[in-house]
Ligand binder design. Structure first.
Ligand code: ATP
Length: 347
């Protein structure tokens, strides 16, 4: 952390190591409060996920943190700079990938990157080297002379990611970067983000609709609903907050009426359902401990286990638990276009 960042973090009363500090931030559009006093800190080098149903306020939060719209109340400090008072310094420190793709389809891949680098006044010598490195990192070197309109959706998204990094930002904001991509392209984008994070020592703040990806890649996740923060922790800790965190399904060779009560007595078990053919569905607060003890008990009793499966709580369960809703793929909006401004839209 730079000295300036440290000073700023301390004066703002954010913990040391904070690179994005958000303190009771509010956004009102006229009478409507889209963000209702949200606070969180992102540590230097973290991948921080922002999850929430459509309309929860994620994009509004990102737009405030990236200085695109003014903050109504509260405070946010990004890379040591207040977003309301030092917007130019914030912009130099960040790269932003909005939901809609914005690269110029009539330019080549390389031209799109060069124009951006010039816009950010990246010195020529540094510019060429940086663009070559980024093209390689996003696997587009051999497409550098191709017109952007000829690229697939996944390739174009990778170009946008490279473009967001031409000026060497410390922090990368990505608003649903994989929405609309096929599963293979999605995985490619996430792997690439992980690589770039390591190579360029980036902090990443990302919104996504895909729970599996958030689970695998984010160090911490904030769940936002109706403009408020409803949960914030590591994926593992969030899953542990959901009651009855695992489902153990076991099938015994011999049916035996006593197994119901024997299973109920195992540590961590919260309920047992008995099904036909010696099958039991056991809800447990500690799936691995219950499973180990269940296997040991069966061995002691000379009972043969025909089948056994453990399903741990997923981030989907966490999401439903905190928001009462499910993030389904069909909720995901189509991308690749820019929404026209609605009448009455306000900055
Ligand atoms: N410029 C605006 N003027 C008025 N209301 C707005 C404006 N922008 C967003 N809103 C409203 O603020 C709320 C939060 O919107 P926001 O786009 O931040 O949600 P989101 O969580 O990013 O949703 P999504 O996943 O659909 O992008 C919504 O009710 C939205 O209609």
């Amino acid at each position: 952390m730079t000295a300036a960042l440290k000073d700023q973090a301390e004066t703002a009363a954010f913990p040391p190591g904070t690179i994005i500090g958000v303190d009771n931030i509010v956004k009102r559009y006229g009478d409507f409060e889209a963000v209702k006093g949200v606070s969180f800190n992102v540590g230097d080098g973290e991948i921080f996920g922002l999850l929430g149903p459509n309309g929860a306020g994620k994009s509004t939060l990102i737009r405030m943190l990236t200085t695109l719209i003014p903050v109504t109340a509260g405070r946010a400090v990004v890379a040591g700079h207040d977003v309301s008072k030092e917007s130019d310094a914030v912009r130099r420190a960040i790269g932003v990938i909005p939901q809609a793709m914005t690269s110029d389809i009539d330019l080549t891949v390389e031209e799109n990157l060069t124009i951006y680098a010039k816009l950010y006044e990246v010195p020529k010598a540094h510019r060429e080297k940086n663009i070559a490195e980024l093209l390689e990192a996003v696997d587009l070197t051999k497409w550098r002379k191709a017109q952007t309109k000829t690229l697939s959706g996944g390739m174009r998204r990778r170009l946008e990611i490279a473009r967001g990094l031409v000026h060497g930002p410390q922090i990368f904001f990505l608003d649903e970067p994989t929405t609309g991509l096929d599963p293979v392209s999605r995985v490619a984008v996430w792997e690439m983000l992980n690589r770039l994070k390591e190579r360029r020592k980036l902090t990443i703040l990302i919104t996504t609709h895909y729970m599996d990806e958030a689970d695998r890649l984010c160090d911490r996740i904030a769940i936002v609903d109706h403009g408020k923060l409803v949960a914030l922790d590591t994926p593992l800790a969030l899953k542990a907050t959901v009651p009855g965190s695992s489902v153990v399904e076991v099938q015994f060779e011999r049916e035996d009426a006593e197994w119901q009560s024997k299973l109920e007595q195992l540590p961590g078990v919260t309920s047992v359902e008995s099904h036909a053919n010696g099958l039991y569905r056991v809800l447990s607060a500690n799936g691995s401990q219950t499973t180990t003890q269940l296997v040991e008990l069966a061995a002691r009793e000379g009972q043969v286990i025909k089948g056994l499966s453990v399903q741990n709580t997923t981030l989907d369960d966490v999401f439903v638990y905190y928001t009462g809703r499910q993030l389904r793929d069909e909720q995901v909006k189509a991308h690749g276009f820019v929404m026209p401004q609605r009448p009455g839209m306000q900055p």
